[in-house]
Design a protein around this ligand. Structure first.
Ligand SMILES: *[C@@H]1O[C@H](CO)[C@@H](O)[C@H](O)[C@H]1NC(C)=O
Ligand SMILES: *[C@@H]1O[C@H](CO)[C@@H](O)[C@H](O)[C@H]1NC(C)=O
Ligand SMILES: *[C@@H]1O[C@H](CO)[C@@H](O)[C@H](O)[C@H]1NC(C)=O
Ligand SMILES: *[C@@H]1O[C@H](CO)[C@@H](O)[C@H](O)[C@H]1NC(C)=O
Ligand SMILES: *[C@@H]1O[C@H](CO)[C@@H](O)[C@H](O)[C@H]1NC(C)=O
Ligand SMILES: *[C@@H]1O[C@H](CO)[C@@H](O)[C@H](O)[C@H]1NC(C)=O
Ligand SMILES: *[C@@H]1O[C@H](CO)[C@@H](O)[C@H](O)[C@H]1NC(C)=O
Length: 495
């Protein structure tokens, strides 16, 4: 039984393998699918875990985090220039390096920080997190999605991304937790302790120390943003920040809002939404859809044999799950793939090449301890060792909604990994009511997507974007992100 279930769940959750070489993390690796599958096969890790940190109350004790001396480290982290960067147009400052989060164990997180080209001192500070678990916010977030550079197909030179999000904010990309990308621990047994809780605590410790290194940002408006499994990281870290602000009676971190995109936030709604999306996008048959609707109850990871049969039939073929209409990056093809969007589906291979060049690592102050493995966009080691992952973080989101910070959920509407339907079902379960009803939003006279404002929550779709929203629809993504930072709904046609 288990082996049959395992087999069908491989079909169910890992649909980017076989002839394709491209996948999130390259080489057919699907970390989010892996954790969903693990939850299906064993409910042990999900059952015992609450979705976040206990709500702060006044007599709760604050556990101080490690704070190290940051003297002169900012200057040392300044990037002179990155190998292969364009000669012109790099009119912003870049920094990168390590922040120690546990000195005794020798655990340090790698970050890349890029300031805004103009008026950076008045622009907000944003922490961007990719998901996985195990995926690099630098390699994926900065170099493929929303950072100032993209890697050319030679794998060695860079070009500027006109729609980079640092046009409107100063952005930190954090490789988290230790074991991801260039982040590491000298106590390698730390890797086995990875999970949602340790990730939130280490990310918080990183921020406290980073703000000591860059003290001019201490009181700046601060936002958290991320995608996919960061649907767990971002709300949990936000909750931890607010909780610690409360028990220390100080705005230690000036959190103003969060945005999570194509975010994995609820197991049941996630899976229900996935199969509905497959059916409404003509990827599975009527019979399979009806069988799933009649037989599957995704409330717990325990599915029945009847349900398993229909899930096994839901084979969508070799579609790139993160953007169902995108071309694949085929190792056999000699011609460049037919482009639907301007986004090159082989981008992650160029990035992998670039970030493993020793001179690039030197320029980035990365890998200073000669790690015994290559840089990978998603760490198989970390993704394979995840200790706690609650089935839902909706209670955490509900708590954030009452805290007064901005809570935005966005979704690229051609993603099949965490589809727009999954987000909508999850939002419906939050029990909030509509404040500004669903409307098309516009950019340059075209519909950029749709938006709806609820009480304490805003939901925005980005039309024609897959999972990696800023990769596929850079202009629309930047408009969405600017609206989020301004706390204003995306523009309707009339204004
Ligand atoms: C890890 O060990 C190396 C080699 O001893 C050392 O240079 C480095 O500073 C250590 N890292 C941390 C975060 O302590
Ligand atoms: C920078 O700030 C100045 C003064 O507030 C303003 O006039 C100018 O338009 C800003 N420039 C940009 C690009 O935001
Ligand atoms: C925060 O304020 C509360 C109530 O005013 C007080 O009891 C508590 O000791 C304060 N905590 C800290 C860390 O100062
Ligand atoms: C799904 O399963 C849960 C827990 O086993 C149960 O409480 C619920 O009633 C079920 N829902 C349906 C529609 O069968
Ligand atoms: C899953 O099903 C098994 C066998 O029916 C049962 O023992 C177990 O308690 C169930 N787990 C959950 C989380 O419902
Ligand atoms: C770190 O550098 C060593 C060479 O010193 C290299 O073999 C290894 O692939 C690099 N690892 C990472 C994670 O960059
Ligand atoms: C919205 O937040 C306010 C407090 O800021 C709270 O009273 C209200 O219950 C919240 N509503 C929802 C639906 O979260």
């Amino acid at each position: 039984m288990t082996s049959f279930k395992e087999y069908l769940l491989v079909l169910l959750v890992v649909s980017c393998f076989a002839i394709t070489v491209q996948c999130y993390g390259g080489k057919g690796y699907d970390p989010l699918g892996k954790i969903v599958k693990a939850q299906f096969l064993s409910s042990k890790d999900s059952k015992s875990t609450e979705s976040g940190f206990a709500t702060a109350n006044a007599d709760q004790e604050y556990s101080p985090v490690y704070v190290g001396s940051q003297d002169e480290l900012k200057e040392a982290d300044k990037i002179e220039s990155l190998p292969g960067q364009p000669n012109e147009g790099v009119n912003f400052d870049q920094y990168s390096g390590y922040v120690t989060v546990d000195a005794a164990k020798g655990r340090a997180l790698f970050y890349y920080f890029v300031e805004s080209p103009q008026n950076s001192s008045t622009k907000p500070l944003v922490l961007w997190l990719n998901g996985g678990p195990g995926c690099s916010s630098f390699g994926n977030g900065a170099m493929m999605e929303l950072g100032p550079f993209r890697v050319k197909s030679d794998g060695e030179t860079l070009y500027l991304n006109k729609y980079a999000w640092n046009n409107v904010a100063n952005i930190i990309f954090l490789e988290s937790p230790a074991g991801v990308g260039f982040s590491y621990s000298n106590t390698t047994s730390d890797y086995k302790l990875s999970g949602d809780k340790t990730t939130a605590i280490d990310s918080y410790t990183f921020l406290i120390n980073w703000l000591e290194r860059f003290p001019e940002y201490k009181t700046r408006d601060f936002y958290l943003a991320g995608e996919s499994y960061a649907g767990h990281y971002v709300p949990q870290l936000a909750q931890f920040i607010l909780h610690n602000n409360k028990i220390t009676n100080q705005t230690v971190i000036n959190l103003q809002g969060i945005a999570i995109g194509n975010a994995w936030i609820d197991f049941e709604m996630g899976l229900k939404g996935t199969y509905d999306f497959f059916w409404t996008h003509a990827l599975i048959s009527d019979e399979t859809n009806e069988g799933i609707n009649l037989n599957c109850n995704f409330t717990t990871p325990n599915t029945s044999d009847a349900c398993d049969k229909f899930l096994g039939e839901a084979d969508i073929g070799d579609v790139f799950i993160y953007d169902i209409y995108a071309p694949l990056c085929l190792s056999s093809s000699t011609e460049p793939p037919v482009r639907i969007a301007i986004f090159d589906p082989c981008s992650d291979e160029y990035i992998d090449n670039y970030l493993n060049i020793p001179q690039v690592q030197k320029a980035l102050h990365a890998n200073v301890t000669s790690l015994p493995y290559r840089w990978e966009s998603c760490s198989r080691m970390i993704g394979g060792l995840w200790n706690d992952s609650p089935l839902t973080v909706l209670p955490v989101i509900q708590e954030l909604m009452t805290s007064g910070i901005g809570v935005w959920i966005y979704s690229g509407d051609t993603d099949g990994r965490v589809p727009v339907t999954s987000s909508r079902y999850a939002i419906n379960n939050l029990g909030t009511s509509v404040k500004t009803k669903w409307y098309p939003w516009y950019i340059e006279e075209e519909v950029g997507g749709y938006a709806v404002e609820y009480q304490n929550l805003t939901f925005v779709t980005i039309r024609g974007a897959g999972h990696f929203v800023p990769s596929y629809q850079p202009a629309r993504a930047l408009t969405f992100f600017s609206s989020f930072l301004q706390g204003k709904l995306p523009p309707s046609y009339l204004n």
